[in-house]
Write a new protein. Structure first.
Length: 200
């Protein structure tokens, strides 16, 4: 919907508006775009839906914050570079109690941050079910890795070293794996993020 509101001026006049400009559109702003009647009608409908959805999302996010923010796990996760309000909420709710995971490896596997391979005598014999685990945790740790590269020099250096040996996708997944293991130990030991321990 946002894409339609964003690209309609581009199709008509060759000037595209940004997603931030779309968020600020109201009926008067749509009128000022001087679009053909039918196109303006479609854009107005999209703007109305975006406005309604944004309001409902804000209500849900506020309720999530009220529920999750007081939890000690949320405060611990918020100390990790790259993990903010949304990602901490997702990780807390999708992890549940950390005691259900026997080790950091089990947690990283559940978060889909490790490859699923069948090995025999040091040789790869196939791949396991790559859909095992929690897709929301996987998304959260990949996003955390993306943000961590901007907020932590150590995370960026780790990523660059991995990327030099493999490729950007594998390097990002390796950083997500590091963060998942760090989060397991933090939640298990009730200690905030230690950048030296994570990237030693």
């Amino acid at each position: 919907m946002a894409l339609m509101a964003q690209t309609a001026p581009s199709r008509q006049y060759g000037t595209r508006i940004t997603s931030n400009q779309v968020k600020k559109l109201d009926q008067a702003a749509v009128h000022q775009l001087h679009l053909p009647y039918d196109v303006a009608l479609a854009v107005r409908a999209n703007v109305a839906v975006i406005t309604t959805l944004s309001a409902q999302i804000a209500i849900v996010e506020k309720r999530l914050q009220e529920e999750v923010a007081p939890r000690p796990d949320y405060a611990l996760l918020s100390t990790v570079p790259g993990i903010g309000q949304t990602l901490a909420t997702v990780i807390v709710l999708e992890t549940g109690t950390i005691e259900r995971f026997a080790s950091a490896g089990n947690f990283a596997s559940y978060a889909r941050c490790v490859d699923s391979q069948r090995m025999s005598n040091g040789k790869k014999k196939g791949e396991g079910n790559t859909r095992n685990g929690n897709p929301y945790l996987c998304w959260a740790f990949i996003e955390a890795a993306n943000f961590a590269m901007h907020f932590s020099a150590e995370a960026r250096q780790f990523y660059e070293r991995k990327k030099a040996r493999t490729n950007p996708i594998i390097a990002r997944k390796a950083l997500a794996h590091k963060l998942a293991r760090a989060c397991f130990h933090m939640l298990k030991e009730r200690k905030p993020f230690d950048v030296t321990r994570c990237f030693a």
